[in-house]
Structures are given as structure tokens and as C-alpha cells.
Design a protein around this ligand. Sequence first.
Ligand SMILES: [Mn+2]
Length: 375
Amino acid sequence: MKILHTSDIHFGISLKEHPLIAEQKQVSEQILKAVKEQNADAIIIAGDVFDRAVTNARALSLYNDFITALHTAKIPVFIIAGNHDAPERLALLDKLLCKSDIYISGKLTAQIEPIELGNCHIYLIPYFNLDTAKSLYPDEVFASYQQAFSHVTKNIFKDLDKSKFNIAVSHCYAQGGQLSDSDRAAKLGQASIVSADVFKGFNYTALGHLHAPHFINDKKNIRYSGTPYPYSFGEKGGAKTLTLIDTENGKISEIPLKYTRNLRTIEGTYLEVLEKTRNDKNKDDYVRINIIDRYPEASLYETFKKEYEYLLSFDGMQLKDPTTVATLTAESIAKMEPKELLESFYNGREEQLGEFELEWFQKAIDTVMEGDDKQ
Ligand SMILES: [Mn+2]
């Protein structure tokens, strides 16, 4: 069997409040293309299918089209809920869908039965927290999430058929995992770290939750596939890939994903960034600019906004503490009151914003406003 592993698609996610619908449509297309090119027999989505528990209509239709296309291509799909998903919503109609080889596990169950696929047994372990485990196993005393998690897998190992290629699908923060910029919840969820040992008995463990593609154990059979698209400018781990598992020989490989619009950070002194901008061939990318020797003034932002339609983050230096970076985004500017804008302009300048300037400024604003009212 050839099985593709991905996770953390986060349908409906925005980047700096910029919806990534077009990119997520491309994600679906890229995965479908990989399924066909690799002659995959199935696909695993290890949680965080949606970015929010209650998601928007566009995200729902993207998901709908994606799963339907996989079904049309006769590709069995294995899905678990992640910490971003609403378990009940994701698992809606699961008893019906599994008849069409669409296997969804939303909430943890006391007994996890294997799903048979060729020479594989696939165990779906959806995201759960300690309270859920405690209520599922009232006779057990769990002093930690680690204890609860190992109870869940020990329960599976009791009846494990070792003649099969046993795969676990899980959404958790496993020890040895690398945090990346967009791992918002994981950064907070230190308490719910589990050691990789809990997955020791499986031939392969398909993980979701951390967004960079990487193995977490030396034996290289416990792996985060990572997100199929970069969801933050600081995301580590380089190129985005799908993980391909060959269950005949246990070989694991990466399938690269390509996108028309990528995420890039352009950093340097004002002159360096100007130079880079002048020679830039991909001005259509999502861009973060960081000018290390200037303050992120609105006028400077406007200069680069003319070059980059998708300038989503504009950083600069802040005088008060030159080491800190002040960030101005299109959105933050749009939300600022005229007076705030003036203050940010004066911020860090020699000359102080005095009562006199403020008074005149207010008068000017009032005049403009009145002009607007008259129109
Ligand atoms: Mn995630």
C-alpha cells in the first residue's frame, strides 16, 4: 500500500487577516495531483482540518470539494479531529461516510478499533485532553496527560495484530517535536506533551499539530507531515511536502508541494531592501518586509506597498528600544485613529509632538471632516 500523510490544512485560515482561500484551493489540487502521480491507495489527514471550530462557508465548500474529489478518485480517506476542529461537526455523518471509505474520528472512544486497508491496520486517535480521557476511563487514575495517552495506546497494543502494518494517526504535541512560528496552541500546551514512547508499537505514526515536516524519533517512523502550506512568515522547516509511506517495505519519502504564491520575508537596511525589491521577480508573493535601520513609517510602508500588492507585514525598528521591532500592517493602520497615526509618526523623532501641533492637527482633521459632511 502507498499511503499519503498530511495534516493541519486549517481550511479557512487567514494570514495577517488575509484569507488564504486561493492557496487552500491549490493545496487541495496539489494533494489530488500527488495522489494520482504517486498511485496512492489512501490518504491520512492527521487533524486541524479546519482552522476554527465554527468555520466559514468558503472553507466548508473547499473541504467538501476536496473530499468529494478524493472519493471520486476512489481514494479512501482517514481523518481525525485536531485541537482546532469541532469533533462533533467534523464527524458529522461518520457512520454513513465510512461506508464510502471516508473514515472520520472526531471524539476519542474508550475502545479504538483498527480499520483494515490491504496489509494495514489503521488506528484513528483524535485530539483529546485529559478531562476527556478521565471521563472515558472513570476507573483509571491519570496524574498526567502522558499517563492518559499511554493508557489509550496500551489498550490498542493489547490486541495488536503484528502481522499487519499498524499505523496510528494522532494529533498531539509529542516529545522531540520542533515548534514553529504558527504552532499557536502547541506553544501554550506544554502541559500536554507526550513522549514518543507511547507510539512505540506502531509501524508508522502519522502525527499532526506541529506545522513543520519532521521525524521525532531516531527510528524515523514517528512523523509530523507538517502543514501543506506555510501559515506564518516565521515558519521553520523549509519546503512544504506530503509524506508518502510504502507499507510493503516501510519506506518513507517526501512529495514536494508547489504554489504560485509563496511567503517571503525581505529583510535588511532600507537601501538593501530597495535593491532586493528592484531585482525581485516574484512580486506577487505574500511578503513581510523588515527594514532594520528605519522606523516603520506609513510613508515608507506606502513606498513598498506600491511594489508588493500582498505586503502583509511591515516591520521596522523602534527608537525606544532599538532591539524591538515595531510592526505596522495595512490592517493596523486602517484601524488607527488620525491622532494615533500622528503619534506613531512622531514616535522616536527628536522633535516632540506638543499641544500646539496637536491643536493644529485636530483643526485640520475637523476641517476635512466638515468638508466630507458637506459633500
Ligand atoms: Mn494545527
